[in-house]
Design a protein around this ligand. Structure first.
Ligand SMILES: Nc1nc2c(c(=O)[nH]1)N[C@H]1C(S)=C(S)[C@@H](COP(=O)(O)O)O[C@H]1N2
Ligand SMILES: [Mo]
Length: 425
């Protein structure tokens, strides 16, 4: 092959004896399976936000057709979002070493000459650019978000959402372009190992992965795969604990700690955002100062906390499960059912209660408002909680009142509630 003036374009520039078709293929199969799960749990997580109740929950512009699959997220089983998001975030973090190793293994192809051999080859390279770029973008935005590093221009949701669709399109194009070759290779492999090797060699000749002039090996290919797997295992055991509380949570060395350490007692579970950090002052939440405002077709009702405590009170055991992947185990909440509050303002039949727009006392910042869908309002486990684990809510857990809904993402569990507007959204 002619020597290029740009060293990385010479196959001899790449000297690691670890690179090779099979090494890349093993990592590729793991990524294929893992990223499929990430796509599925990611799209489900998006659906769980009630994004169609725009523009409150989701401000993604022009989602249009890309929202085609959205449905009313169910309220059962009550741990559904906790599981979905725990898998999404922990698996995503665990796959980081695999993604990096896979990209490292194919780097010589990035610089291979000639850059474009045919129209088909040009399309394939374009799809690869979107595939690799999309995957990197999704991993980087995801990891930054779960580490509470909100450094992006604008909001995380539209970026991660559109990034996923770019990636998915490139992925489908990539499969369509590569499927004939993959099937041919599979058929040859089934006909005999020797011919299978021919196929691998043919792919090699087009754009080599195996170094033509390798340095002496310091690790075998198998050893390198164990190294990648070990990295993933390490990330897994230091991340998975974020989906639990108690001693298991102590193992989540990589999980962020938004609020103070929860400590023990009835309020001893994760606090992401404290009252002080959201500008909610104790003076606004006293018995004299605070009134819950409930509106609906028959008008407006104002209730003090003491008034709420005189209504029929119900209990639900439910977790808080954040989009960032951390969650608590079930906590014992007690308060007034949302369907009973809807009945106070004109929805006499609780099975026909509508959507509700929830507003917090908090005046600035994200998540001041959230919209709940009718199926969530109608579920008898959905509460305006006043107590948790047998004690009044603590200020940081949302005193005087907080929303809690089964199977919903944490972002819909508004704290320091000030206003409920019942009506179809
Ligand atoms: N008023 C208000 N409610 C809120 C939020 C907020 O920022 N403000 N954050 C939400 C998010 S994103 C989550 S995950 C949960 C977290 O509850 P915690 O802060 O009690 O841990 O509260 C939700 N309720
Ligand atoms: Mo959250």
């Amino acid at each position: 092959m002619a020597r290029s003036p740009f060293p990385p374009s010479n196959p001899a520039f790449w000297r690691s004896p670890v690179r090779g078709t099979r090494f890349t293929a093993v990592l590729g199969v793991v990524l294929l399976a893992g990223i499929s799960v990430l796509l599925l749990t990611g799209l489900l997580s998006y659906a769980a936000y009630n994004p169609n109740l725009s523009p409150v929950n989701d401000k993604t512009p022009d989602k249009g057709l890309l929202g085609f699959y959205l449905f009313s997220w169910p309220t059962s089983p009550h741990w559904l979002y906790r599981l979905n998001q725990g898998v999404h975030v922990t698996l995503g973090i665990t796959l980081v070493p695999v993604l990096l190793a896979k990209l490292w293994s194919v780097i010589p192809r990035l610089f291979a000459l000639p850059p474009v051999r045919s129209l088909a080859h040009a399309l394939e390279r374009l799809s690869l650019l979107l595939l690799v770029g999309g995957a990197l973008f999704e991993f980087v935005t995801g990891v930054l978000n779960v580490q509470l590093d909100y450094v992006f221009p604008g909001s995380f949701y539209p970026l991660h959402f559109y990034g996923a669709w770019v990636f998915l399109s490139a992925f489908l194009a990539h499969v369509a372009l590569k499927l004939p070759l993959a099937l041919r290779n599979l058929r040859r492999m089934r006909e005999g190992a020797a011919e299978g090797e021919d196929a691998a060699e043919a792919a090699e000749a087009e754009a080599p992965l195996v170094a033509p002039a390798p340095d002496p090996a310091t690790v075998s290919r198998r050893g390198a795969l164990w190294f990648v797997g070990g990295g993933s295992a390490l990330l897994f055991v230091t991340s998975a604990g974020r989906s639990f509380d108690g001693p298991l949570r102590q193992t989540a060395l990589l999980a962020p700690h938004g609020g103070p350490e929860p400590g023990g007692g009835p309020g001893g579970f994760q606090i992401n955002k404290t009252a002080a950090s959201r500008g909610v002052r104790p003076a606004e939440t006293t018995e004299d100062a605070w009134r819950l405002v409930v509106t609906g077709p028959t008008g407006t009702v104002r209730l003090a906390r003491a008034d709420l405590l005189r209504l029929p009170l119900h209990s639900s055991s439910l977790p808080i499960a954040c989009v960032e992947g951390w969650s608590t185990s079930d906590q014992w909440w007690r308060g007034v059912r949302l369907r009973d509050l809807a009945a106070l303002v004109g929805y006499d039949d609780p099975d026909r209660a509508p959507d509700v727009l929830v507003e917090s006392l908090q005046r600035t910042g994200a998540f001041r408002k959230a919209a709940l869908r009718a199926n969530q309002v109608r579920d008898g486990r959905s509460l305006l909680a006043l107590d948790v684990n047998g004690e009044p809510l603590t200020p940081d857990h949302g005193f005087p009142a907080r929303i809690i809904v089964p199977a919903a993402p944490g972002v819909l569990n508004t704290k320091w509630v000030g206003r409920l507007e019942f009506g179809d959204l």
